[in-house]
Design a protein around this ligand. Structure first.
Ligand SMILES: *[C@@H]1O[C@H](CO)[C@@H](O)[C@H](O)[C@H]1NC(C)=O
Ligand SMILES: *[C@@H]1O[C@H](CO)[C@@H](O)[C@H](O)[C@H]1NC(C)=O
Ligand SMILES: *[C@@H]1O[C@H](CO)[C@@H](O)[C@H](O)[C@H]1NC(C)=O
Ligand SMILES: *[C@@H]1O[C@H](CO)[C@@H](O)[C@H](O)[C@H]1NC(C)=O
Ligand SMILES: *[C@@H]1O[C@H](CO)[C@@H](O)[C@H](O)[C@H]1NC(C)=O
Ligand SMILES: *[C@@H]1O[C@H](CO)[C@@H](O)[C@H](O)[C@H]1NC(C)=O
Length: 438
């Protein structure tokens, strides 16, 4: 009996989260945009997005599935901060504060560690963790569950410990897994697994905080159950709040909710999938069917994700074509201009700085959630005339590229909204909000 009880106790111990959350009442931090999106800056944002997408789509396809069982590697495409937001995270004892990119599309938390080659030097003093100077630093062995949850293609074991090495299109990050004490906002958590990166080929970034659905992400490790953020529109100065645990809640009467989905073809995915079931442009309900944005039968892509690190919104070709047709027919009285030079597609000339009326855009999700997208979240000024008046406005939605078979709701379309990822309840909720009051 005693031994059965001991085995049971051991089993419970092994099954419980490896890292125990320090304080489950909830905590908050702030996000700051890395890039400001203003007229003329959209091209750069679209180019950053395109690099991100190459990787998002790779990780969401069967090709990605064949080589990894995890989409930790997805974060590698964040090669220059994309259209992303930074969050301050303090690591070690005594704590050292790092601005890290917040990424709902990946899991691993990583930061630069000494001795570091090719590391991003700014802001100074260079935020490089000195393992030898932290009393709470500890390497993770290869047989740890966290090490085993790294994609096998990116993982190796040697005398250094659990070594990872992510190579991708234009960048890489390499190092080893360790545990440390992390401080987020006012709360401190011990023994959180993270990547101690001794090589950083990710431009303009000193690391990433993965908030995805896999075991290595911050939200999984801290067992917070839910998190939310409110991104202030890019023109507004100031920080945006991010809330974890019980502090993450929407109390507004206008809250809309839709279930979070899992791609049935992927054993494991970091992504937050939602079920986009309808789109209205002006007064026209587009002919979206349950298959338009569905997961593909072969398991190669499909589906729609909400992503904090992509700037614009991307729809699979068929869905985008419907949206474009509807805007074109309802804005026929405006002069169209070629969007290619802005790296966008559907653009119109505006006269005398007049801001044209545009048809409303409403996205519908399974469960009846409706999102009436604010105008500035889907139409934007991309060029101004010599007197600084708006000269060209474009639709901030693009078709997904050939290879990209997933649709992505980017962070512009999440602005001035309080969005909640309820992991325990498997729901995604949102409500219009004044982010300064969240
Ligand atoms: C992050 O930390 C740096 C350095 O301590 C500080 O200057 C900055 O204001 C912080 N940012 C946020 C969003 O808290
Ligand atoms: C991925 O998971 C499947 C099913 O659990 C397993 O058969 C396969 O070996 C794993 N592949 C890798 C690369 O780990
Ligand atoms: C990195 O940041 C610097 C300064 O903000 C900028 O000039 C440079 O273009 C950025 N690099 C990339 C690849 O975004
Ligand atoms: C372990 O492998 C990594 C990556 O290949 C390498 O940089 C490191 O030097 C190795 N460590 C030892 C002790 O061999
Ligand atoms: C174009 O037509 C739309 C609806 O048909 C109308 O709301 C808008 O004011 C018109 N714009 C111009 C510049 O005439
Ligand atoms: C998405 O919602 C539609 C309409 O309610 C439903 O037919 C479809 O099965 C849902 N897809 C998934 C993957 O749950």
């Amino acid at each position: 009996m005693a031994s059965t009880a001991a085995i049971l106790a051991l089993t419970i111990l092994l099954l419980s989260p490896i890292t125990l959350a320090g304080d489950l009442h909830g905590f908050r931090a702030t996000l700051t945009p890395i890039h400001q999106l203003s007229p003329g800056k959209h091209s750069a944002a679209v180019r950053r997005d395109s690099h991100r997408h190459a990787f998002l789509s790779y990780a969401a396809t069967a090709v990605g599935k064949a080589t990894t069982n995890s989409s930790v590697s997805v974060q590698a495409q964040l090669e220059n901060g994309a259209g992303a937001y930074n969050m301050n995270l303090s690591v070690g004892t005594p704590p050292l504060s790092f601005p890290l990119i917040v990424d709902t599309g990946s899991d691993l938390i990583w930061t630069q560690c000494a001795p570091c080659t090719n590391c991003f030097p700014e802001p100074s003093p260079a935020p490089v963790l000195q393992p030898a100077s932290s009393s709470t630093f500890s390497k993770l062995p290869c047989n740890s569950a966290f090490c085993q949850s790294l994609p096998t293609s990116a993982r190796a074991c040697n005398a250094t410990g659990c070594v990872y090495d992510y190579r991708y299109g234009l960048g890489y990050t390499a190092g080893y897994l360790a545990t440390e004490t992390l401080t987020v906002g006012d709360d401190t958590f011990s023994k959180v697994a993270f990547g101690c990166s001794t090589e950083n080929g990710v431009d303009n970034s000193s690391g990433i905080v993965g908030l995805g659905r896999g075991p290595l992400s911050l939200v999984s490790q801290l067992g917070v159950g839910r998190f939310s953020y409110c991104l202030r529109s890019s023109m507004a100065a100031g920080a945006s709040p991010i809330l974890f645990g019980s502090m993450a809640k929407l109390t507004d009467a206008e809250v809309q909710s839709t279930p979070l989905l899992k791609n049935p073809s992927l054993r494991r995915s970091s992504h937050y999938y939602v079920n986009l079931t309808g789109i209205t442009v002006g007064s026209t309900d587009l002919p979206v069917t349950s298959s338009t944005f569905a997961f593909t039968r072969t398991g190669i892509g499909g589906g729609t994700i909400v992503d904090s690190g992509t700037t614009l919104t991307y729809l699979i070709k068929e869905g985008y074509a419907m949206v474009k047709r509807a805007f074109l027919s309802q804005m026929a009285n405006l002069t169209r201009v070629n969007g290619a030079r802005f790296d966008l597609d559907l653009c119109f000339r505006t006269s005398g700085g007049e801001v044209p009326a545009v048809p409303r855009l409403v996205l519908r999700f399974a469960g009846g959630a409706e999102y009436a997208v604010p105008r500035e979240s889907y139409f934007g000024a991309v060029a101004v005339d010599s007197r600084g008046r708006v000269a060209v406005e474009c639709l901030l939605v693009l078709p997904a590229s050939e290879d990209l078979s997933i649709s992505i709701i980017g962070n512009m379309m999440q602005m001035d909204m309080h969005v909640l990822y309820d992991l325990d309840g498997e729901m995604f909720s949102f409500a219009p909000a004044d982010c300064t009051k969240v």
